[in-house]
Design a protein around this ligand. Structure first.
Ligand code: ACO
Length: 335
């Protein structure tokens, strides 16, 4: 059974409510119909109910049973406005501006539904750029207690069983922080380990901090940043294996790892790859996806106070449903 099917079976009895705020995207309506049919969570759409039902009708999808929340007549709208105003007060937010934003911007409204506990999670982004979803999440929900950094992980499923855990690897951060500091790289690694344990059930995380250098083979400020990230993780006394700086081949190919970093307990066996910046990470995962035919799930946002997930604008309706299952499992463990 696939990991996603296992997750769907696991969350089905919990009836988690997931808001999908972008009903104008037909893939969202189709995903809603799929979720209702499979019954693994309860989709909540945002907007005018008759317009949503008409859109579904013209798409030929059955969304009977989907809940709709319309900002124009939502009973808890004033409460959402008050919470949003308070959260952003230092940035000059007023009740008027907050009400206008929540009425006009379905991503902010959806994220506030998560904040006030109306729903358990949000999945959005098939019709919006990543930055817009992230801004709504950061401004309405913010970071989890004790977390400073919001980042993301992508689960890569390849048929190259010799790499990672039987062909499964986690790449991070492929979606959020353009140029992370050493401290942020350390945060990204810790969050990726937590995400991998929680969602993938990963038993033995082995984290490699990637670079174009292995153990001092090259020197530059870019390499120094990665080395400093490894030092930062050492200070944190973590309960997982990590090493760096390592090149990609030294990280995942046993023979190269043994040759270039013989003392390392991660080299050649890494299952979590921390990229030095967003350009490398984003390009890297897309190369593996296209050239190796890997299935990529994510970017799954990590470090937020509640599950909010972004979708690629090139996603399929099935991806939307799958990410809802992941959000539901995270919501069930967050409570
Ligand atoms: N972690 C924690 N807090 C953050 C982060 C973060 N990563 N980023 C911003 N914040 C904070 C800000 O400091 C700000 O705090 P404040 O309100 O107390 O001052 C608050 O969150 C709100 O931030 P904004 O000002 O609204 O957002 P900002 O302009 O900082 O942009 C964003 C954040 C949207 C994440 C930006 O870094 C970005 O665009 N990242 C790249 C997204 C992207 O395009 N990814 C690639 C595509 S994904 C794909 O291909 C799969």
């Amino acid at each position: 059974m696939s990991l996603i099917q296992q997750i769907k079976d696991q969350v089905k009895p919990l009836g988690k409510r997931i808001v999908l705020p972008e009903y104008k995207d037909a893939r969202v309506l189709r995903a809603t119909a799929m979720i209702l049919k499979e019954g693994f969570c309860k989709p909540v759409l945002v907007g005018n109910e008759s317009e949503i039902r008409a859109a579904a009708h013209s798409e030929g999808v059955d969304i009977k049973g989907a809940e709709v929340i319309d900002p124009a007549n939502y009973a808890r709208f004033d409460e959402a406005v008050a919470v949003f105003t308070e959260r952003r007060a230092k940035k000059g937010m007023t009740p008027e501006k907050a009400a206008e934003t929540l009425k006009k911007d379905c991503l902010f409204f959806g994220a506030m539904l998560v904040n006030i506990g109306e729903v358990d999670a949000m999945v959005a982004g098939s019709a919006s750029p990543t930055a817009n979803v992230l801004r709504a999440a950061l401004q309405c929900v913010g970071t989890a207690p004790g977390m400073k950094t919001v980042s993301s992980s992508i689960f890569m499923f390849t048929d190259k069983k010799e790499y990672g855990d039987d062909g499964v690897l986690v790449f991070s951060d492929c979606g959020v922080i353009p140029n992370p500091s050493s401290e942020q790289l350390a945060d990204i690694a810790c969050a990726a380990v937590e995400k991998s344990r929680r969602v993938l059930g990963m038993k033995d995380p082995r984290v490699s901090f990637l670079s174009f250098s292995t153990k001092g083979s090259a020197s530059s400020p870019e390499v120094d940043k990665v080395v400093a990230a490894v030092e930062e993780v050492k200070k944190r006394n973590v309960d997982f294996k990590f090493d760096g700086e390592l090149q990609l081949d030294a990280s995942i190919v046993e023979s190269v790892g043994a040759f270039k970093a013989p003392q390392s307990e991660v080299a050649g066996k890494a299952n979590i790859l921390i990229f030095p910046d967003l350009q490398a990470a984003n390009i890297g995962y897309k190369l593996v996806q296209r050239f190796a035919g890997a299935t990529a799930i994510g970017p799954l946002i990590q470090g937020l106070a509640a599950p909010i997930h972004d979708l690629s604008r090139g996603c399929f309706d099935t991806d939307i449903a799958d990410v809802c299952a992941i959000a539901a499992v995270e919501a069930s463990e967050a409570k």
